[in-house]
Design a protein around this ligand. Sequence first.
Ligand code: HEM
Length: 238
Amino acid sequence: MTFKQMFTSSVGKKLIMGFTGIFLILFLIVHAGLNACIWASYFIDETMPGITFNKAAHFMGSNALPRILEIGLFVGIFLHILQGYLLTLENRSKRSVGYAVSYTKGSKWYSRSMAILGTLLLMFLIMHIYHFWTPSRLGGHFGIKGLESFEYNGTEYHNLYAAMQNIFTNIYVVILYVLACGSLAYHLAHGFQSAFKTIGVHNRRYHALISSIGYGFAIIVPLIFALMPISFYFNLIK
Ligand code: HEM
């Protein structure tokens, strides 16, 4: 397959969806793991609220490798969304000619709704980037208000923890985040297995295993994310 075919043929588009999907799954593991440091005070005696999380976020924001991967992440998200829409349009036009009557037969709700859930996730992502990433990376430029900073043991840190605490005092924002986590769960319930299938990691022996890991992942990771705004809103963490 040529480079051009990767972007123009159906198989190429699916391969891009699969590889970028797996890359995004890996990102979600790192993101959920790092953000879970907001609950560190339950396990270790922190010298100030949220310091473990702020230190972890500082590491990701100030080192070369995570910053390079961040560029890859935005490219991955863009390609995943673009190819996803193109494939959906392609499938719709084929179906309207070929089998208009049986269009919905046999396919599960989440399988047919990947585009709708993906669009909801895109809307969430725009709001989410505006909440945290823009003030953290571009704060002080283009009229964007930056994050509060503080000094700890001679190092200057952004107080992302305080930013989260502040943003999640708004019940409507909390509800939108929890709904987005629901969309993510449905999107992953189908997308996880589909990504592995597309890149060829599937046979009878591994099907049940990948399927169980996929469903487990689709429940656990969005649940961890959803518990973050909930924990702040109900003051379950200080
Ligand atoms: C619901 C709980 C979530 C919370 C509290 C949260 C929090 C954060 C924070 C604080 C940042 C800024 C990191 C930094 O600037 O160093 C960030 C970045 C980001 N988040 Fe989330 N996030 C959540 C869920 C999600 C979900 C579900 C997705 C994807 C579907 C996502 C995608 C991203 C992306 C793409 C970035 C920018 C890339 C980066 O710098 O890491 N987040 N998030």
